[in-house]
Design a protein around this ligand. Structure first.
Ligand code: C2E
Ligand code: MG
Ligand code: MG
Ligand code: MG
Length: 279
């Protein structure tokens, strides 16, 4: 009996520790948001036919003073539970537009939006302000949303999506294929881009079904007139399979990890030199 009680309090202690660690993340995150402790890193999106960089996805990075880099997988959920995702999202949007405004005119920036940002009622104003303050043309901004947003199918969400698109901003569906009714969402809103989730890309070599799925998504994209981007491209073999399937765009460690803004500028300069040498 005492052994049982011992086990029980072990679990209690475990849960307590977890709650405390979340609480600590919340406090530190609040501080990081206020004191410029968070910043965007940028990962290139590559046109698979030409090899050129078409844009960069902004990914939030948190260099924690005690813990080193904390991954978004750890703190985005806490930010969503606590409402901190709203100031975090606003900060990322603003910083990304400011940075991208300094890049060449044919290079876009993609920013992730949390479903919760659609509930605040001021998302449209936030995007409009970020564009105006940075001077970034709307056509150079892409907003990435996941299917969970459309689960609600609320008329308010759809109205906001249409209003954003009317600004000239491009809309991307992120992590395509991981939700349970991806297809029906494509009917409720005209996306400009579909990003194939990296789990399908990872499976390309080993699993013939994954190849059939990628092939179908690409032909769906062609039918809808939508750009298809493959996420998580890590190997040459994955790249050549994606090319063979006619996938338009790729993103992944094979090309580059996410990097801070000064490195984006040197990457683009190096690309310009490389294409000038080839031409
Ligand atoms: P996501 O939007 O699907 O972003 C792609 C994730 O895949 C990034 O992880 C990126 O670093 C990772 N990745 C890219 N290429 C490869 C590859 O070749 N192999 C592997 N294994 N991974 C690759 P990251 O930066 O850890 O972000 C994770 C997720 O956190 C993002 O997934 C996004 O949902 C969320 N997130 C990141 N930044 C923000 C943000 O500013 N706002 C919001 N709301 N969510 C964000
Ligand atoms: Mg994304
Ligand atoms: Mg994704
Ligand atoms: Mg993801």
């Amino acid at each position: 009996k005492s052994e049982f009680r011992g086990t029980f309090s072990f679990f209690e202690a475990e849960m307590d520790a977890r709650a405390q660690s979340r609480r600590k993340i919340e406090i530190d995150l609040r501080d990081a948001i206020q004191n410029e402790g968070l910043r965007p890193y940028y990962q290139p999106l590559v046109d698979l036919a030409s090899g050129r960089i078409t844009g960069f996805e902004a990914l939030v990075r948190w260099p924690h003073p005690e813990r080193g880099m904390i991954s978004p997988g750890e703190f985005i959920p806490v930010a969503e539970e606590t409402g901190l995702i709203n100031p975090l999202g606003a900060l990322m949007l603003h910083r990304a537009c400011m940075d991208a405004a300094q890049w060449p005119d044919d290079v876009r920036v993609a920013v992730n939006l949390s479903p919760l940002q659609f509930r605040t009622g001021n998302l449209l104003a936030l995007v409009t302000d970020a564009l105006r303050q940075s001077g970034l043309p709307a056509r150079r901004l892409e907003l990435e949303i996941t299917e969970t947003l459309l689960l609600e199918k609320s008329s308010q969400v759809l109205a906001t999506l249409h209003a954003l698109r009317a600004l000239g901003v491009r809309m991307s569906m992120d992590d395509f294929g991981t939700g349970y009714s991806s297809l029906s969402y494509l009917r409720s809103f005209p996306f400009d881009k579909i990003k194939i989730d990296q789990s399908f890309v990872r499976d390309l070599g080993a699993n013939p079904d994954a190849q059939a799925i990628v092939r179908s998504i690409v032909s769906l994209g062609i039918g809808l007139g939508v750009t298809i981007t493959a996420e998580g491209v890590e190997t040459e073999a994955e790249l050549s399979r994606l090319r063979a399937e006619g996938c338009h765009e790729g993103q992944g460690f094979l090309f580059s990890r996410a990097r801070p803004n000064p490195e984006v500028i040197s990457l683009l300069k190096a690309q310009r030199v490389a294409t000038a040498l080839v031409a």
